[in-house]
Design a protein around this ligand. Structure first.
Ligand code: ADP
Ligand code: MG
Length: 342
């Protein structure tokens, strides 16, 4: 075969393989877009585990009519314009790929109304040619994205979807994880018409432990110690349940770097090392921790789904996390010992 440039739709479908693995990844991308748009209220409605429909509504900045079609094209983003921006990313998105990818493997309707625009407009996209239709619609300030029939045109992918229940549990998990990163935003999650999760926004003066309790459990909230460590420009905050021999069936291990949930070898290693000072390897422990670090100290452009990061000063970050946790645990166990000795 001669070398050919792939048609846009096929290129998007290939890219979708990296971004859109299952309904939960659609939900993640859409919530991140809403958060980037400054939304404070995000309502998510799921039908049949997301197989059938995923609808997300926000009260964010909205998208102007002339940019609706553009928002659906690949490499179209309002979040970065140059390499310097990429090197100090503050938004959750920046690749300009999510909406293009999703719309290439589902029937997507994007409705939006920026405050300053009188009329709301809707873009609909499905089928082979990526033709986007724009029509007027009734919609409050903000944006809705309606994703129906995920993978309808990629049967091989559709086959890999699990049961409704499993797919919904992945969605639930995505919402939980993100809700733990933004206490100031209200999230509602419905499945098949039933409101299953309601995480009201917590004001700056309010107590975030309310949401932590709702998401992680009462035990977690009761048993955890609060962390608040600083070193140079690094900051580590959050909650940690000290290791114990009592096996719980709910272990929560969430680590956020600048508001983004991460799975990272270096971070895991630092946490494990700190824990192992005080317990054997088998013991269970939970945490919800937030690392804040200068945006230019971390590279998030490592993985399309942005689950991984690269730190410029990896050793320093590792040692900071280790020290912060080891110190907090030491204090906790010393206090425990002192009180049991009385
Ligand atoms: P990225 O988030 O990487 O920029 P996306 O494909 O997810 O790429 O979105 C493309 C663009 O569409 C965004 O840069 C943004 O300008 C706009 N957009 C998407 N979702 C929303 C939303 N909920 N509210 C406002 N603008 C949005
Ligand atoms: Mg995005």
């Amino acid at each position: 075969m001669p070398i050919q440039i792939l048609p846009a739709r096929l290129a998007n479908q290939i890219a979708a393989g990296e971004v859109v693995e299952r309904p939960a990844s659609v939900v993640k991308e859409l919530i991140e877009n809403s958060l980037d748009s400054g939304a404070t209220q995000i309502d998510i409605e799921i039908e049949k585990g997301g197989h059938k429909r995923i609808v997300l509504r926000d009260n964010g900045s909205g998208i102007v009519k002339d940019e609706l079609a553009l928002a659906l094209s690949r490499h179209a983003t309002s979040k970065i314009t140059c390499l310097d921006d990429l090197e100090a990313i503050c938004s959750l998105g920046f690749r300009g790929e999510a909406l293009a990818s999703i719309s290439s493997v589902a029937r997507l309707t994007l409705s939006s109304k920026p405050k300053a625009q009188q009329q709301a407009w809707q873009a609909h996209c499905e089928g082979r040619d990526m033709q986007v239709e724009i029509n007027p619609v009734a919609h409050p300030d903000g944006t809705s994205v309606d994703v129906a029939d995920l993978f309808f045109n990629t049967p091989a992918r559709r086959k890999f979807l699990k049961t409704e229940k499993t797919e919904f549990s992945h969605i639930d998990e995505v919402v939980r994880r993100i809700a733990l990163s933004r206490f100031d935003v209200s999230f509602n999650l419905k499945h098949n018409g039933k409101l299953l999760r309601k995480y009201p926004a917590i004001s700056e003066q309010g107590n975030p432990i309310k949401r932590v309790t709702a998401i992680c459990s009462k035990e977690f909230a009761q048993q955890s110690i609060e962390l608040n460590s600083q070193y140079q420009e690094f900051e580590l905050k959050g909650w940690l349940v000290p290791p114990s021999d009592i096996q719980t069936n709910s272990e929560f291990q969430y680590f956020y770097v600048n508001g983004r949930v991460m799975r990272d070898k270096l971070i895991n290693h630092a946490i494990r090392q700190a824990i192992e000072n005080f317990s054997d390897v088998e013991s269970s422990f939970s945490y919800v921790l937030y690392l804040t670090i200068n945006a230019d100290q971390v590279d998030v452009n490592v993985h399309p789904a942005k689950h991984e990061v690269r730190f410029h000063q990896a050793r320093l970050v590792h040692d900071f996390i280790y020290r912060a946790l080891a110190d907090a645990l030491k204090q906790y166990f010393e206090h425990e010992q002192a009180t049991t000795n009385i």
